[in-house]
Design a protein around this ligand. Sequence first.
Ligand SMILES: Cc1cc2nc3c(=O)[nH]c(=O)nc-3n(C[C@H](O)[C@H](O)[C@H](O)COP(=O)(O)OP(=O)(O)OC[C@H]3O[C@@H](n4cnc5c(N)ncnc54)[C@H](O)[C@@H]3O)c2cc1C
Length: 485
Amino acid sequence: MPPDHGTSDGNRLSVVVVGGGIAGLATAWYLEKASRQSGTDLSIVLVERENSLGGKISTLNEDGFIVEGGPDGFLTRKPWAFELANELGIADDVVYMQATGASLLSKGELHRIPAGLMGPAPASRKDVWDASFLSWRGKLRASLEPLVRKRKAGGRESLGGFLRRRMGAEFTDTLLEPLTAGIYGSDSYDMSLDALFPMLGEWEQRYGSITRGMREARKAARGAEQAPSAFFSLKGGTHRLVQAVAEGLERTEVVSGRTAVGVDRIGNAAPPYRVTLDDERSFEGDAVVLAAPAQDAGNLVGSFAPGLAGLLGRMQSASAVSVSLAFRCENVAHPLDGSGFLSPRSEQGPVAGCTWMSSKWPGRSPQDYVLLRVFMRTETDASTGDSDADLIDAATEALRPLLGITGAPERTWVYRSADGLPQYKVDHTEWLESVDRELDAHPGLFLCGASYRGVGVPDCIRQGRDAAERVHAFAHRGAAQATSV
Ligand SMILES: Cc1cc2nc3c(=O)[nH]c(=O)nc-3n(C[C@H](O)[C@H](O)[C@H](O)COP(=O)(O)OP(=O)(O)OC[C@H]3O[C@@H](n4cnc5c(N)ncnc54)[C@H](O)[C@@H]3O)c2cc1C
């Protein structure tokens, strides 16, 4: 194992960050912040393959429409995105989700989801009995959840398997599956319970019931200061956050439109790493932070860390395809009173859900228009197969009877992301532990981003901030060792 020598001089630090999505940008931002506080002479090079920064975060402002290609809002409960917006001085641009409530498609009709059923566990039995999309058997089974025995056997359980065991098949497959699969773009029976919703397992063990756990969590939150809404965004769209970070960077050289093609370990000399780009330029660094998706990161480190490369290459992603449609208000009969609807797999059809963007957020379309964002079922549209025109047609025709739509959309936008959402499989926690063990052998090499410890933007920001802290700790450990000999 190479010695953990850190940098040769804790007051000088060169870092190469690969990936200019929000995790890489947050890394650069928090590295700069820490170096201002510690007086470190810092230089950062941030390499981004695309010509623009932001990765999955992409917003188009066009003729009064604000169209999102990736995220449209950030969870308020996870404070890191709000804290970053505040530090960047754009807190005045924050807008809160203005719509309340969402619907579920069941047997071809939209049903309102009771407010207490919008989380991964019901807030009360009453909410379960109020769900018009469940049969009485489904309601009875779900309301018996507190009587279901705790699981004793060890071993990992999938999110879907856990929910089905506690809540019953109908409740899980009708509501919880689309709620969770909608966020993570995959089958909940393949997803890791402990990586995605660790509190559910804890509630089962502590209270013997996830319904009770949810009630206790709500009770505990009651005293705390409440944000105006569960989600927030920014006036110009989510990309405003990216733009603000990019504008705020002072010691970072951004190299965009260039792909990093390899990372080499030069030896135990400082700086120990060299990152080579596709134009044959290279940058040396005391530390390298790979903030690209795990598969891309794995492709870079094979020369000196084949074990790590193999592990990272195992990460799979689900593609994400969304179609945004603008209609004149008079062509949509539905009041669009909520944030949108979800469609469970049993409904079939090409649409997994629809967000009513102009209801959900202020200022997303001109006044006489509504803006709808349709999430396509990627297993049916095979993101690369269908043409944009086919996707637009399929989305429009699926919405037409549900929302009383007449005529054709006046504006349309299609977004495809082949590696949209990393899949936290049932063994994700063990995978992370193995990745961490491999990383221990390569001091100065760090990973962060959606592939690892949370896919949402706030979690990616937190991971970038943590990576920055670890880089600083590593650099100063090296300086301390150098002065102690
Ligand atoms: C359709 C969709 C909707 C979403 N909705 C929400 C939401 O509403 N709220 C929410 O919080 N989250 C949402 N997410 C998730 C969230 O947007 C992402 O998980 C997050 O933005 C990922 O950030 P990241 O920096 O980790 O990765 P990315 O954004 O993927 O950034 C990684 C960057 O690395 C670059 N890169 C890769 N390889 C190389 C290389 N070799 N050299 C140079 N550059 C390289 C890529 O070009 C990319 O820009 C959504 C995601 C999608 C796809």
